[in-house]
Design a protein around this ligand. Structure first.
Ligand code: ZN
Length: 177
């Protein structure tokens, strides 16, 4: 049975550590971790989660873009586990948009990211996947990848004026819908 994991929050030193590459994707413990991360991100209305956020220092994240309460404008995609992901190329263009993080509750920020990226990752069945992502999904990928390097979105914010509370952010995006 997959179970919801507790999400560690900013200030916990595990969030500031570098994650390790996964060697045996087929192991029961890695497959179980993936199942648990899928349940955890869905339950939390997240659009992505990285293993370090549940206190596990492996290079595994879930990208699960879909419209929900926290991200009403997110595109819909099948939740996907990405193991040992890499950014192999990126656009010159950088765009700023809103991000939040399940490990940084109550805070949103405008974060600059590459608008488009080419990526490689191994899927949960052990197959190498090569894909290109743009805009919101590219943003999720870059945000989750940062968790492997011990970074959170606040580290990339250019001005403290770009930090909002969740309540003020919600007021702002109501006008955007
Ligand atoms: Zn995050």
């Amino acid at each position: 049975m997959s179970k919801k994991l507790s999400i560690i929050q900013l200030g916990n030193p595990i969030l500031r550590q570098k994650a390790e590459f996964v060697e045996d994707i087929h192991s029961g413990s890695i497959q179980k971790l993936i199942d648990d991360l899928l349940v955890t991100v869905s339950d939390a209305n997240g659009v992505g989660i990285a293993a370090p956020q549940v206190g596990v220092g492996y290079r595994i994240f879930i990208v699960a873009s879909r419209p929900n309460l926290r991200y009403p404008y997110a595109p819909l995609m099948e939740p996907t586990a990405m193991i040992n992901p890499l950014i192999v190329d990126h656009s010159d263009e950088i765009v700023k948009d809103w991000e939040g993080c399940l490990s940084v509750p109550g805070i949103r920020g405008l974060v600059p990211r590459f608008r488009a990226i080419a990526v490689e990752y191994t899927d949960r069945y052990g197959n190498l996947q090569k894909q290109e992502f743009t805009d919101f999904v590219a943003r999720i990928f870059q945000h989750e990848y940062d968790h492997f390097e011990g970074l959170v979105f606040l580290d990339r914010i250019q001005s403290t004026f770009d930090i909002f509370t969740e309540d003020e952010y919600q007021k702002l995006i109501v006008d955007r819908l």
